[in-house]
Each structure stands twice: as structure tokens, then as C-alpha cells.
Design a protein around this ligand. Sequence first.
Ligand SMILES: [Zn+2]
Length: 248
Amino acid sequence: MKINEHIYLIASGKMGFDWTHPSDCNVYLLHSNDELALIDTGTGESVENICQHIEMHGFSLDQVTKIFLTHIHADHAGGAEMLRKKTGAKVFVARDAYTILRDGNEDKIDLTTAKQNGFYPVNYKFTPCKADTLISDGDHFHVGSLTLQAIDTPGHSAYDVSFLVQSVAGHSFLFSGDTVFYDGKISMLYTHDFQLHSLQKSIDKLANYQVDLLLPGHYQPALSNAKHHLKIAQNAFSSMNIPKNIVE
Ligand SMILES: [Zn+2]
């Protein structure tokens, strides 16, 4: 699904467009000057579909050179290893998440509990992935002529990263993972590393950037006026409330 000249949506589960495996997050493809990058990978149950969708847009898999993970919950990072093998891309993950992703420790990503509660099929297995590049706050990466700035945004989990991209045309895109969603919603979970106070600080940080498009990890993107959606969440916190949760 083409969003603009640089961005395609290529997977989305039932908390989204109900297009690929129900548990998948939104997976975005970034394109500039013949180079491609993936933002997140879904659960790993839709790798074939993701590859088909990349090719459907006239690209080849070996154009995918980078895979950026917003965090390591299974719905975002479960496909990283398989998509790396299919494309030859390098995997980028938050520095402190490296070991958990490499070991595929299902307890440390709350996958054991999530499976028991029906968020994933009971027989689902997380595929570990040894990342190639460790991301630190403020790092810059390139995809063609686009520059991605990594912004640490912990709270939804301990190791969330958002990516801010400036286009040559002057538009800015924010891949916010599960930090903040359309309408200023958040994803509040009863997990071992969810931290509401950290999430508030992360959203405050994001709301200071000039952002045009908001591309979250679930549900619909905001294709203009992204700052409005960030402000809704920021304002809820600053009036001592908690923003609405994406799961009601
Ligand atoms: Zn998550």
C-alpha cells in the first residue's frame, strides 16, 4: 500500500488493516534512490507476504539493505531474522535490547504471558536474531537520500526507539512504534517493563519535533498534522490524566 513516494505499508494485522497475520504490527517500507529499508518486521508469520508485497511494488528483495526495529516485542521483531535471510539486510536494534533479541528469551519480551492470553497462537515461536548494528539515542542512519534520526522513547517497553525521517521535499515522518498512536493513544500493557512515567517523558520529547506524518506500529497513520496527535497525548499527561489506550 503506497503512502507516498518514500513510504509503503507492507504488513498490518488485526490491530490495523487486517491484511497479514492477525498479530502483526504495521510494517513499513522506506524507499529512496533505489535503496529500501524496513521499519519493523511483524511476527515472522507473514514473511512470504511481506516479500510478495515488496515485489508487488516493483522492487527486488536485495534492495532492502536495512531493517530497523522500534522494539523487540514479537509482533514487531519476530520476523527480523527471516527477513534478514531473505533480503541480506542488516538489522538495527536498540543497544540494550541486543542480548534479549539474540537469545530470543520469550519471558523477557512477555511473550509467554501474551501467548497464554491469546495475543499469539499458542504454538508460536519467536525466532532469535543477532543484530548487526546497535542503536543509541541521536544516531543518524541513511536510506538513499533520506536521513533517519533515532530517538530513544522508552515506556511502552524498556527499549523503544522512534525514527524521525526528513524528506528532501521538507516533510518529516515519525515512525513511532508503540510509543504513540493516532489520536494520541498509547499502548499501556501490564508487562514487566512498561513504565508510564518514562512513556510520558518520551511523548513529551517527541512532541517537541516538527512532524508531518505519524506512522505508528498499529492502527491508522496520520498523513498530515501529526503534531496534533502527539499533542493530544502530551496534553492528557500534562493535565494529570492518562491518554486513551489503543486496546479498550
Ligand atoms: Zn509492543
